[in-house]
Design a protein around this ligand. Structure first.
Ligand code: SF4
Length: 256
């Protein structure tokens, strides 16, 4: 019902490194702090100091145990809008309130024309939309559009609040439209993945898989990432690499 640009000048997005995310929620709280006074303001809270606190968050971090026994790993999985190239949330929007920017690919919601019908949240397979009950409109990650171009703050801070706050450096921001950008290179070298690529919405954000444990069994663990990825691919001979297994698991989880 709403058209989106066939291509965009830039493809701004995030890389999230699941190998080093420790689930501290600094990204989520920093996102909440910035956006509750910014573009998406306010982000409503309910019963914040009571027994059942809940509210509107544009970035959430989930913790899971993946695998079993000795192979199990604790994975912290930050989840927010992936700024898809072909966003289902935009195409279903009856008013044009959900839109994708032609200049940089950021997907936004115009609160003045959103009627709170929630069609976008039904369409998004990643659970990335948040309905604000107080405001009666849909909200979502804006990639901190009011920060990254903000000339009144220091250059160092002109990145999304989640990236700025992450104490482990698990989050990165940049232009995927430029194959030479450091995030494009990082994704190539670390085997970065799309979440649920079979859905066809072409998410811009990428996830880097957890590295296998350095227990002596994995002879590639000490190698540089690109070499290790090639070595694992060469020796797999029909076996699914650990990263592929992990994302199959993540896909399963999101599709529930
Ligand atoms: Fe839309 Fe969901 Fe894709 Fe974000 S992740 S652009 S909300 S379909």
């Amino acid at each position: 019902m709403t058209a989106y640009p066939k291509s965009t000048g830039k493809k701004l997005g995030l890389v999230i490194d699941l190998d080093i995310c420790v689930g501290c929620h600094a990204c989520a709280t920093s996102c909440k702090e910035w956006n509750t006074g910014g573009y998406s303001a306010p982000l409503s809270d309910y019963d914040p100091y009571g027994a059942d606190p809940h509210g509107t968050w544009l970035n959430r971090v989930h913790g899971y145990e993946a695998g079993e026994g000795q192979d199990s790993q604790t994975v912290h999985f930050p989840r927010s809008c992936l700024h898809c190239e072909e966003p289902a949330c935009v195409s279903v929007c009856p008013t044009g309130a959900s839109y994708k920017r032609e200049e940089d690919g950021i997907v936004l919601v115009n609160p003045d024309t959103c009627i709170g019908c929630k069609l976008c949240s039904w369409a998004c397979p990643y659970g990335a939309r948040e309905y604000d009950h107080d405001e009666g409109v849909m909200k979502k990650c804006t990639l901190c559009v009011d920060r990254i171009y903000n000339e009144t703050i220091p250059q160092l801070d002109r990145i999304p609040a989640c990236v700025r706050a992450c104490p482990t450096g698990a989050r990165h921001f940049g232009d995927f439209g430029d194959p030479g950008s450091y995030i494009s290179k990082m994704v190539r070298e670390r085997g970065g993945y799309d979440l649920m690529p079979e859905m066809g919405y072409k998410p811009v954000n990428k996830y880097l898989p957890p590295r296998p444990p350095k227990d002596g069994k994995d002879k590639t663990a000490a190698l540089p990432p690109l070499k290790a990825a090639k070595r694992r691919k060469g020796s797999a001979k029909g076996k699914r690499p650990a990263s592929e297994k992990f994302f199959a698991w993540a896909d399963l989880l999101l599709s529930r």
